[in-house]
Each structure stands twice: as structure tokens, then as C-alpha cells.
Design a protein around this ligand. Structure first.
Ligand code: NAP
Length: 296
């Protein structure tokens, strides 16, 4: 899709953005601004660095300045919740939001990470329905992905985490959400992990192991447990070709990096704010260019 560079910021420009601490590294501004240009929308996306002590003021500012929407990143995803008028059922379960929609001062929050991951999977022609799924990690991204994956009725969802208690807690959350029966939690250092990984159809690594600047480490699971017929996903997007995905490709498995999830969680937010279909390929290109620039 051609980029339309004719849209100028003027008195009618709608403002959206991201709040985080720190936030200067965010890849969302280039991604969303490229999308606005491509559709000729008079919108702009900016990054707001908000100290954790300043959340109440930031939320009042969002209303007061009629900023049309926000993405919310670390460490504010839970802290903004008490300041919102409503949150989606999935955000209620997770206790976090990553997207706020401001319609005439009414703030609604949602978590688009899980649906973003599922859209990336679908785009790759994959899914979790009736598959055995292993999720490694039980942190923020794992929680979002686990709930979204469980909605699509996998045969089994096994949550493997370094800290077993967190895996158990997430397995309980998924069970209570009533979305999948066969869910269990195991510790990353359990001898069971080799078999569980080996017999899985879909393996999702939601840990930061292999993330820049520590890209040159051993993968979180042994490459010896991977097989050709598997799909291996890594939520890390910097670098794209993580040590785990390299190992997966070496055994002939399919590999899915974290950029698809990042693009689609943004695309869902974009669609909520603008009521227009997101130009996903434009967003992806802008994201990949920004990632390349960050790597230089
Ligand atoms: P998080 O909330 O801090 O959770 C990290 C998880 O990884 C925890 O379960 C932690 O285990 C585990 N972990 C950390 N270091 C480990 C190690 N050395 N060995 C084994 N397990 C380890 O982090 P997050 O926000 O979920 O982010 C995780 C990754 O996902 C990051 O690379 C981030 O960039 C990526 N991410 C991508 C997207 C996307 O759109 N593609 C979105 C969100 C996040 P314990 O419970 O034992 O501490």
C-alpha cells in the first residue's frame, strides 16, 4: 500500500500514544504512524514517558486533553486499571490492560496481546485447536497467550516455568476461566519436560531467554527435544532469529518469531481507535525497519 505523506499535523489531528517507563525504545510509534500515513488519517502516535508515581495524573491528562487512546507498557499495565471506567473480561482475568480507548472521556481497557498472538499464528496458517501445546514461562505475556490459546480448545495446555508456583497459578487461572480442561503445570527443571516438549505440536517460548543484549545463550529448552513436525514460537522479537528458533530450524521444525504478535496486538488497538481495518503489512514493514535501525 502506498504511503501518503501529505497528512500534516494541524488543529484537527487526533492523538494516540503509548505510556511506559522507560518508553523511548518503543517500536509502536513508527508502526502506528506508518499506518496512519498509509490510510491518510490525520492521526499521530507519540510516546509518553510516565513515572510510576504519575499514573493518576497521566490518566486525568488522557481525559482532559481528549487523547483518543493509549497503549500501556511496562510497568503500568496493572497500575492504570483502577483509573478506567470499564475493562474487558480478559483484562479482568489478567488484571492488566495494554490498550485504552477514550470515547468522550469514557475509558475502556483491553489486553490485545493474546489475540495478537493468535492472529499471528493464524496468519502463519497455524492454530492450537486439538493440538498439544507447551507454553514455557508464566509471566505477563504467558498469561495473555495462555488465556487466548485456551479459548481455541487445544487438546492439552502444559505450562512449564522456572518457578513452579507461578505455573500452577497460571494453570488455575486458565481452568477457572473455564476454557480448557486439560491444563497442567510443571517445573522447567522437571525430568518430565523433555517428553512434554517432545510430544507437543506447538511450543511457545514466552521467556526473555535469548533476548537482546543476551542473544548468545543456550535456549530455555534443549534443542534435542525438538522434532521436525513441530511449530516453535518465540515471543521475543529482538533478535527475530533467537537461539531457540535457530535450533528449531536446524531440526526442520517451523519457526514463528515475536514480530507477528507485536504487529497484530498493535493492529487490534489501531482498529479499536480508528474503526478502520489496520494496514498490517505497512505496520509490519515499519516495525521491521525500526528493529533494523535499533540493531545498528
Ligand atoms: P515477564 O513477565 O518478566 O515473564 C518472564 C518469564 O520468563 C517468567 O515466567 C520467568 O520465570 C521466565 N524466565 C525469565 N528468565 C528466565 C530464565 N533465565 N530461564 C527460565 N525462565 C526464565 O516477561 P514478559 O513480559 O512475559 O516478556 C517475556 C518475553 O516476551 C520478552 O522477550 C518480551 O520481549 C516478549 N514479549 C513479546 C511480545 C510480542 O508482542 N511479541 C509481547 C510481550 C512480551 P519465573 O517465573 O521463574 O521468574
Amino acid at each position: 500500500m502506498p504511503r501518503n505523506s501529505s497528512v500534516e499535523i494541524d488543529g484537527a489531528t487526533q492523538v494516540v500514544g503509548v505510556i511506559g517507563w522507560p518508553v523511548k525504545h518503543s517500536l509502536s510509534p513508527p508502526m502506528h504512524n506508518a499506518a496512519f500515513r498509509a490510510l491518510g488519517l490525520n492521526w499521530v502516535y507519540v510516546a509518553f514517558e510516565v513515572h510510576p508515581d504519575g499514573i493518576a495524573e497521566a490518566m486525568a491528562g488522557l481525559r482532559g486533553l481528549a487523547i483518543r487512546g493509549l497503549n500501556v507498557t511496562i510497568p503500568h499495565k496493572a497500575a492504570v486499571v483502577p483509573h478506567l471506567d470499564e475493562i474487558s473480561p480478559v483484562s479482568q482475568t489478567l488484571g492488566v490492560v495494554n490498550t485504552i480507548d477514550n470515547v468522550d472521556g469514557h475509558l475502556s481497557g483491553d489486553s490485545t496481546d493474546g489475540p495478537g498472538f493468535m492472529r499471528a499464528l493464524a496468519e502463519a496458517g497455524e492454530g492450537v485447536t486439538e493440538n498439544r501445546v507447551v507454553l514455557i514461562g508464566a509471566g505477563g505475556s504467558a498469561r495473555a497467550v495462555a488465556l487466548a490459546a485456551a479459548e481455541e480448545a487445544p487438546e492439552e495446555l502444559v505450562i512449564v516455568n522456572r518457578t513452579l508456583e507461578r505455573a500452577i497459578e497460571l494453570a488455575e487461572l486458565v481452568k477457572q476461566a473455564g476454557r480448557v480442561e486439560a491444563v497442567r503445570a510443571i517445573a522447567l527443571d522437571s525430568p518430565e519436560v523433555a517428553d512434554v516438549v517432545n510430544s507437543a505440536h506447538v511450543i511457545i517460548d514466552s521467556t526473555p531467554v535469548g533476548m537482546y543484549p543476551h542473544a548468545d545463550v543456550a535456549p530455555v529448552i534443549s534443542p534435542k527435544w525438538l522434532r521436525r513436525c513441530q511449530l516453535v514460537c518465540d515471543l521475543t522479537y529482538n533478535p527475530r532469529n533467537t537461539v531457540l528458533l535457530q535450533a528449531a530450524r536446524e531440526v526442520g521444525a517451523r519457526a514463528l518469531d515475536g514480530t507477528g504478535m507485536l504487529v497484530h496486538q498493535g493492529a487490534i488497538a489501531f482498529e479499536r481507535w480508528t474503526s478502520q481495518e489496520a494496514p498490517v503489512e505497512v505496520m509490519r514493514l515499519a516495525l521491521l525497519e525500526a528493529l533494523d535501525r535499533a540493531a545498528r
